[in-house]
Ligand binder design. Structure first.
Ligand code: 13P
Ligand code: ZN
Ligand code: NA
Length: 283
């Protein structure tokens, strides 16, 4: 069955690798992620934003993830990504999600604490793990758009205070990454990450990992990142390979044919990211 991210991330932290969280959008993208993870014998986190949950259907997503977990026999978590609506989040938990992100990072600090603490209390009663964010990751994800200039990096002491007061299971930090691709090579604040790790004991999460080089990703993992979020680097090859198929086969209309190159493209990226994260053979 699908599980929470508790054991998955604690094992990653203990053994110094990261588990990738891949954002999916439908049956095909979920299948491609699960097949890639299975082939690599890696635990995997399937992430769905509220927009994806609305698009694909809450119950459909849970049912598909359950079938996939059973079929592939690797640890699979279905994770609600970047949710700022508590009612929606509780509905997802009711439907069977075992891992959620409450994203109140755009609120005032005290409000972020209050909202996050309430979610943790509700979720933990049901064995559901909670990720929250402090600082802001720039760029566009779902409906949420943060101007890069307004993106604030996580302050270590504040992060410690936040973790203590909220009792969250994992913390998303802002160290210079942004959602989407980058115009310029991103500059990650590794010193900040090291300082956060020094005082915080729960698994740390890197958002906006698409466009971050393998070297920088590995360095971030060495310094304590346990979960690496990847969305854009799946979406682009999925779309590109389908476009290419239609260029070569302009009359195509069989979804089983034109979606297959998209699935294969995703699977390749998934396997590559698992290699980079070091989660291969950890299932
Ligand atoms: P990217 O689109 O940059 O991979 O960011 C993904 C993410 O952080 C999902 O929460
Ligand atoms: Zn994110
Ligand atoms: Na990114």
């Amino acid at each position: 069955d699908i599980i929470s991210t508790k054991e998955i991330l604690l094992d990653a932290k203990k053994n110094r690798y990261a588990v990738p969280a891949f954002n999916i959008h439908n049956l095909e993208t979920m299948q491609a992620v699960l097949e890639g993870a299975c082939e690599m014998k890696s635990p995997v986190i399937i992430a769905a934003t509220p927009g994806t949950v609305d698009y694909a259907g809450m119950d459909y997503l849970v049912a598909m993830a359950r079938v996939g977990a059973k079929k592939h026999n690797i640890p699979v978590a279905l994770h609600l990504d970047h949710c700022s609506d508590i009612n929606f989040l509780e509905e997802c938990i009711g439907a069977g999600f075992k891992s959620v992100m409450i994203d109140a990072s755009l609120k005032q600090y005290e409000d972020n604490i209050k909202v996050t603490r309430d979610v943790v209390e509700f979720a933990h009663k049901q064995g559901v793990t909670v990720e929250a964010e402090l600082g802001t990751v720039g760029g566009q994800e779902d409906e949420r758009n943060v101007d890069a200039a307004k993106a604030l990096l996580t302050v270590p002491d504040m992060a410690l205070d936040f973790v203590k007061k909220t009792n969250i299971d994992s913390l998303a930090i802002a160290i210079g990454t942004a959602h989407g691709l980058y115009k310029l090579k991103p500059k990650l604040d590794f010193e900040r990450l090291a300082n956060i790790r020094k005082i915080i004991d729960i698994p740390l999460v890197l958002h906006g990992a698409s466009g971050v080089s393998p070297e920088d990703t590995r360095k971030a993992i060495e310094l304590g990142i346990c979960k690496v979020n990847i969305a854009t680097e799946l979406k682009i090859p999925f779309a590109d390979s389908i476009k290419e198929y239609f260029l070569e086969n302009p009359m195509a209309n069989d979804p089983r044919k034109y979606l297959t190159p998209g699935k294969n493209a995703i699977k390749q990226v998934v396997m590559n990211k698992i290699e980079i994260c070091g989660s291969k053979n950890k299932a």
